[in-house]
Design a protein around this ligand. Structure first.
Ligand code: SF4
Length: 556
């Protein structure tokens, strides 16, 4: 069964809305003996006292808060952490079942070289040879971690290139980055203060962003109300799950989102609903009506509705400069309830989808989606915890599995404020594994190890005296007596949340109305990447929950 990341996140939208407040997940998790009969590779949990630990899921950059039930040193159940400031108890099925992943039959336990068993020393020798012969490209699917810093530093020392895989939420922020010079990874949507959200096909209630974030806002401020505090206008060619639950669904022809954004801009200016700031769209309201399938009057009315309750912000499903230009016209960039700058320190990176030429070797971190396709003739060193099947990699290198490695959890994509958490190693790896960062540290001993970088980051948070630490209670950073005490809280599963940035800080220079984007092949592999393996509980949750969308659902 091929289940994609979007499928899993779709499910999590429902989980956030209701499932976590029912006993269903716990009931399912209690059925461990049944799981063990059906999937004999999952060991029976020992009959010992169960200990509860708090942490964060590191299987994707959303970093959901976890409650992990541990028995005899290994995890036997996972649930969402209700005190997590972003996900507030929501998880996707992969997270709910992550404790089963480490025993999956496709778990990588040995170094493989072109299909045969090899060893770490062979891999090190091959990598050292490649390094001596030419440039190295390093690809990271979860940038911003301490481990990412190790990968990037190595690439710099090597005169190589460090590239990142970005999700659709980050790519949708790219136009503001190119117009303002502020990296997309430093930007976010202040949805918590928005009153109108115009989604151009972004699955806001259907797998967009961190599980639980928007779905909670929707449940608290809008669901079931005829005049909600938060209006969600969903522009979609079909009755998607988000469209069906939104305040207003606007049906347009598939692929005409950019034209509608330009038409709305024309309608806003024509009716003097906004000041004429920035470039004028080349499309008239009538032309937009013809191309989108809406009437001109409907576009004008939609423009009035959008400014009827502000702050209003438009959200694109992916990189779409026309929709970003509409936000500029709406005054939604650098303002409360719009696009905000959450960080001053982030830097821009080259996208991993760009062609790799003249590299001697490519190192792919375990965080990169399994089906990432690299157009290269270079020798490929692929780090992974699970073997997802056919791959072009020359080397397959086993990494620590779920909760087997200390890592940090930087801000999830599209959040309006910075967050930071630490996921300590709770489980001892059963086989000889190394993360890409650990591997590079053996090759280049001058690299600062990720663990030390995590200490420094905790110390910097303490020294800056900003924000709060969200654990069982919320404690201002200024109240911590020492950096060690703050770090100890993070190691126990607490999450640091920074302060909201003051308005401003994003000055966009846009000379002409942007052309409609040409969507590249890269669109699919980060939005729709299939999980390399799926644990049985996740399959069951996905297949048997009524939250799975019926195939004919989107046909209207
Ligand atoms: S969305 Fe990502 S971080 Fe959250 S539970 Fe699922 S895999 Fe883990």
């Amino acid at each position: 069964m091929k289940v994609t990341r979007r499928d899993l996140l779709v499910w999590s939208a429902g989980a956030a809305a209701g499932l976590i407040v029912t006993p269903v997940p716990w009931k399912l998790l209690d059925d461990t003996s049944i799981w063990s009969q059906n999937w004999p590779w999952i060991p029976q949990p020992a009959r010992v006292p169960v200990e509860m630990k708090q942490s964060s899921c590191t299987l994707c950059p959303n970093g959901c808060g976890l409650r992990v039930r541990m028995a005899a040193g290994w995890p036997v159940g996972v649930a969402g952490l209700s005190t997590h400031p972003v996900t507030r108890g929501a998880l996707c099925p992969l997270g709910f079942a992550a404790h089963q992943l480490n025993w999956h039959p496709q778990r990588l336990r040995t170094v493989r070289h072109r299909g045969s068993n090899s060893s770490w020393s062979e891999a090190q020798r091959a990598f050292a040879k490649a390094r001596a012969e030419g440039p190295i490209v390093i690809i990271d699917g979860y940038p911003g971690r301490a481990a990412s810093s190790v990968l990037e530093t190595f690439a710099q020392k090597q005169n190589g290139s460090y590239r990142v895989v970005e999700g659709p939420e980050t790519r949708a922020l790219k136009p503001y980055a190119s117009w303002s010079g502020v990296p997309a990874s430093a930007l976010g949507y202040d949805l918590e203060n928005a009153e109108t959200v115009i989604s151009f096909g972004a699955p806001m209630l259907d797998g967009w962003g961190a599980p639980g974030r928007f779905t909670r806002l929707w449940a608290e401020r809008a669901a079931g109300r005829s005049d909600p505090q938060l209006r969600l206008i969903q522009i979609d060619s079909t009755l998607s799950r988000t469209a069906a639950r939104s305040w207003q669904w606007i049906s347009i022809r598939q692929g005409s989102e950019s034209t509608l954004a330009a038409g709305l801009a024309a309608a806003l200016l024509e009716q003097k609903l906004v000041p004429a700031r920035g470039p004028i769209p080349a499309v008239s309201v009538d032309e937009a009506a013809m191309q989108t399938g809406m009437t001109a009057d409907a576009i004008r009315e939609l423009a009035r509705t959008i400014v009827g309750r502000t702050p209003a912000v438009a959200i694109a499903a992916d990189d779409n400069p026309s929709i970003a230009a509409l936000n500029l016209l709406l005054g939604a960039v650098g303002t409360l309830g719009g696009i905000v700058r959450r960080s001053k320190d982030a830097v821009d990176h080259i996208a991993a989808g760009d062609a790799i030429s003249s590299a001697r070797a490519v190192l792919i971190d375990a965080s990169v989606p399994w089906d990432f396709i690299h157009q290269t003739d270079a020798e490929v060193f692929r780090f992974a915890a699970w073997d997802g099947g056919s791959t072009k990699a020359d080397w397959l290198l086993p990494v620590p599995g779920f909760l087997e490695e200390l890592t940090d959890v930087p801000t999830a994509p599209a959040l309006a404020v910075e967050t930071y958490a630490v996921a300590p190693s709770l489980v001892k790896p059963a086989s000889e594994v190394q993360s890409a960062a650990q591997f590079l540290a053996t090759v280049e001993p001058s690299l600062i190890p990720a663990e030390k970088i995590i200490h420094t980051r905790c110390y910097n948070i303490f020294r800056a005296l900003k924000g709060n630490v969200h654990g069982d209670e919320i404690t201002p950073v200024a109240k911590f007596a020492s950096a060690q005490k703050l770090e100890a809280q993070l190691w126990k599963g607490a999450v640091w949340v920074g302060e909201a940035s003051p308005p401003g800080g994003i000055r966009c220079e846009l000379k002409g109305w942007p052309a409609a984007p040409v969507l590249g092949a890269a669109e699919n592999w980060s939005a729709l990447w299939p999980a390399p393996v799926l644990p049985p509980l996740a399959s069951k949750l996905y297949n048997e929950s009524s939250l799975r969308e019926a195939p004919d659902r989107r046909t209207v």
